[in-house]
Design a protein around this ligand. Sequence first.
Ligand code: F6R
Length: 609
Amino acid sequence: MCGIVGYIGDGQAVPILLESLKMLEYRGYDSAGISVFNGSLETYKIAGRIKNLEAIIPENMQGNIGIGHTRWATHGKPETRNSHPHLSSNISVVHNGIIENYMELKERLIDLGYEFKSETDTEVIAHLLHFNMNCSGKKCLLDSLAETIKELDGSYAIAALCADEPDIIAFARKNSPLVIGIGNGSNYAASDVTAFLKHTKEVIYINNNEIGFLKPDSIEIFDLDGNSVSRDTETIEWDLEAAEKAGYEHFMLKEIHEQPTSIQNTFAGKLSELEGTVTLDELYLTPEQIKHLRRATIIACGTSWNAGILGKYLFEKLTGIHTDIETASEFRYGNPVLCGEELTIAITQSGETADTLAAVRSSKSYGCRNIAITNVVGSTITRESDSVVYTRAGPEIGVAATKTFTAQLITLYMLAIHLGRARGVISAEEAKNLIVNIKRLPGQIQKILNRKEEIRECAEQFADMKDYFFIGRYLNFPIALEGALKLKEISYIHAEGYAAGELKHGPLALLTEETPVVAIATMGHTYDKILSNIKEVKARNSTVIAVANEDDTEIEKYVDVVLRIPPSHEMTSPVLSSVVLQLLAYYTALAKDCSIDKPRNLAKSVTVE
Ligand code: F6R
């Protein structure tokens, strides 16, 4: 996730672009840049925050048209050379999204003589645009952009400037947000209205597969066949503060709602349901090494550790590799028995958790190869691991991890399928079936989000309780742990997650009418077992809230409240259940008026042991 902006009008572009970029900094803040036309294209870009950019732009830099970008790295480290705008001769481009076929395009453009200065996918857009403008006679910027996007697979919101046509900003959109702001003698383009809300509340949302251009006093939009599209303007009702959160009351709620897109980004370009394969080019393991793997150890903390438990189950089922899961803070002090033939997998959304880094360093001293699963490009873990698989969920501002958790789960599915196929443990047919089900998840999550009011009602009903239990079996056990962790950290209600079969070995003593129990009772081979556990709980007069499939008509006979998920494969349904439990925690904390995005005593990145 990155932020793009464009400005054209009678004002000075530089201060407007910088101000807009600051409003978009929540979308990414590892580097930033602008291009402004002032007789020629002047471009400044730099790693780090917008204040670094401000420091390198000459005072009184003039120009009434420009584009800008704040980056959250996906391809290439957060360095100045990878910052946007990317240039090709007289063309400058900013982009938000992921170009899946960029390697193929890059090779073609290198053969055509183009020289690449960055590791990014975006630079291919700039060169392809330049090529299309000049390959058979001279084409205009808009026609060339239309040609260019026909060749792009993936997602994009693009804004482009060309020194030969300094009176327009061309734009295009597919699966990444783009909104136009209509000013008085000026127009704006941005990833999010917050960028220009100070100047105008009149907007046009650009739809997928639309392209167009801005002039100071006009906007033209076209479909991919070149037909002009007319669109009514909308008026934004939010104030600036609300708009930073795109209208959501909290970043956590926004991030929960981003999951249909964020997990799509996690698997974009990696899954082939036709072949039953997962492409993980970033994994530096040879087929021989994969075949000879005997044991894997997953190392993580907190929410990432919960994801790791699901990873253990997936690995053992799909790859046949014995897999242990270790809490990073305990790992080093427990005399781990490891040898060089083994794999460690460190899961950390921030890539900076001190305990996880220390555990990885310790495992490396035994000669283990480490794979890092992280959300943050260029974080410390990426520099200390042999391979890095990025979760690509976009920046997460709320302290409670939500979209990074589901992105970790998706990454673990992909890793397990990839290794399982390479080791011949699962067939192409089994892999295809799983891949189809992973690809269904974004739509299924959206259905849950559409029914969030049911979850809110449930949360409000039990918001005054002092203790909560969460139970699940097998793949749902880590989701029960995560449900309890989410609830306790943001609502301050004491909550415990248990493997459902463990209740009768102690915790049942705590159950009373005042102790709601959330049971994850989705379809699968442990369904009958969890029903028995639910009956044990009901016999102690506790309220049971079940998370169950939409088509399960049996469950309501045994429980008090049912929160539904769309019917899903047993292996992938934990992702859906976790979204339900995120919303349950969120609405409980909201009912209790807690500080949701910044819970007491907690921090987003725990860089101390
Ligand atoms: C809870 C949460 C924490 C983190 C933990 C590890 O919502 O976010 O439990 O999961 O601090 O952080 P990372 O994944 O950055 O290593």
